[in-house]
Design a protein around this ligand. Structure first.
Ligand code: ASP
Length: 439
């Protein structure tokens, strides 16, 4: 068995956390490939090293003095090295970084140093080989991650290595220039490494004991999801559920490798298993609830719309021409509604309205703002009657008006639209009916 283990920033924020991580790795000899993030927050109000690097580099880019800021970053690493009693010096590395910052090597290079340096420390501490991600993770000329070239280079490189540390979050273009993923991107690196070594499991170690059924900011102490499929997770992460970067499932999904979310501070907790498919029933009919505020609905009416071929395309073209992506498009006989992100839409709304008039000649257009969308996701819905009914009666009992209902034909999720101000109450009502009240 081979396991790839990725540790998040809070798991590596201090020497004490590094020790926990090493204990976890040593507890299982199958944990052979390690992907570290940069040191995160040690306490509330602390700053992540990645944010310190961005800030420091912005000074350098503006031609300002950045010595103190860089020294503060060096001190964060030195504290870890000293705490681990390692014979390691990062002095030369920091000289190179200072020189590159002066030469304006770019924000991507700057941010990547957080993981790069943490990787060097981790490799020294574990006695594993260090592999610079810039040599094995490739971006194409358009700045897009290149999965196939990366998989070839990385699998060849790791083939001869029993154990290795590969820093998360970055890679490079073919010419060697460093490029990072979006924030939280070490999750993607872990998944890429798991695919390359054909791991049996990708363990993603963080500071919570798994994926929660609902956002803990809305529901007090929500239960942990034990098993979830990639598709369910994708729906939930898209709707704002955190923990794992939303692109992290793609590389492992190709190989059917399960992801296990674990808690570095509670290593005995089983965490959440993210799998391709499972015959394990989820504990409740629904697997999870997530949602986002800040949507607008654009309601377009035209008598006899149902028989006009091409009407939908013309309406959507008005959005496309203005560079606005749409979220959902429920439709009726004479109406069609397009849900969009309010902040993307607000400056362009009149342009879109006139474009719809020009292209589709509707009878009227009505815009409603400050809406929230809530996704209730669960593979169990397919085989259970009455799920939608339970959602709607829970919302009715909580006195919440439903503005929109959308159920995909896959029966994996039901999306409801409510007013922004009803968002929290709606999630509570849905959580209560499925998790608190078991029938
Ligand atoms: N250190 C990077 C960030 O803070 C990447 C990561 O931790 O995954 O976003």
């Amino acid at each position: 068995m081979k396991k790839v283990v990725k540790f998040g920033g809070s798991s590596l924020a201090s020497a004490e956390q590094f020790k926990k991580v090493a204990d976890i790795i040593h507890a299982d000899k199958e944990r052979k490939y390690v992907v570290p993030s940069a040191p995160g927050k040690r306490f509330d109000g602390d700053t992540k090293v990645t944010d310190m690097l961005y800030e420091c580099y912005h000074l350098a880019e503006a031609g300002k003095d950045f010595k103190k800021e860089l020294a503060d970053i060096e001190a964060r690493y030195q504290e870890i090295i000293d705490g681990l009693k390692l014979e390691l010096s990062l002095k030369d590395e920091f000289k190179i970084i200072a020189k590159n910052f002066k030469e304006k090597s770019g924000e991507n290079y700057a941010a990547s140093r957080g993981e790069y340096l943490n990787g060097i420390i981790m490799a020294a501490y574990l006695g594993y080989e260090f592999v610079d991600a810039a040599e094995v993770i490739r971006f194409d000329d358009n700045g897009e991650f290149d999965p196939e070239v990366t998989n070839r280079i990385l699998s060849e490189r790791l083939a001869g290595m029993e154990c290795a540390v590969i820093p998360g979050f970055y890679g490079a273009y073919a010419d060697g220039r460093v490029k990072t993923f979006s924030r939280g991107g070490s999750d993607i690196t872990g998944s890429i490494v798991a695919r390359a070594v054909k791991a049996d499991v990708y363990e993603n170690w963080t500071d919570v004991s798994g994926f929660l059924i609902a956002d803990p900011k809305v529901i007090e102490n929500p239960e942990v999801i034990e098993n979830i499929t990639y598709r369910e997770l994708r729906e939930l992460s898209y709707m704002g559920a955190g923990v794992l970067h939303e692109d992290a499932i793609f590389p492992v999904r190709k190989e059917g490798i399960p992801i296990n979310i674990r808690n570095t501070n509670k290593p005995k907790d089983a965490g959440t298993w993210i799998v391709e498919s499972t015959c394990q029933k989820s504990k409740y009919v629904i697997t999870g609830i997530a949602g986002k505020k800040g949507f607008c609905s654009v309601n377009i009416e035209k008598a006899m719309m149902n028989s006009e071929i091409g009407f939908g395309r013309k309406v959507l073209q008005a959005f496309e021409d203005n560079g606005i992506s749409f979220e959902h498009v429920p439709s009726g006989i004479d109406t069609m509604t397009v849900f969009v992100h309010q902040d993307e839409f607000i400056d362009k709304e009149q342009k879109v309205v006139s474009a719809i008039h020009r292209l589709a000649d509707p009878d009227s257009i009505d815009i409603e703002a400050d809406l929230a969308l809530i996704a209730v996701v669960g593979r169990g819905m397919k085989s259970t009657r009455g799920t939608a009914g339970r959602i709607f009666s829970a919302l009715a009992h909580a006195n919440i008006n439903i503005k929109m209902i959308d159920q995909g034909s896959s029966e994996l999720n039901i999306i409801v639209g409510v007013a922004n101000e009803d968002f929290e109450d709606a999630i509570k009502a849905i959580y209560d009916i499925f998790v608190m009240v078991q029938i």
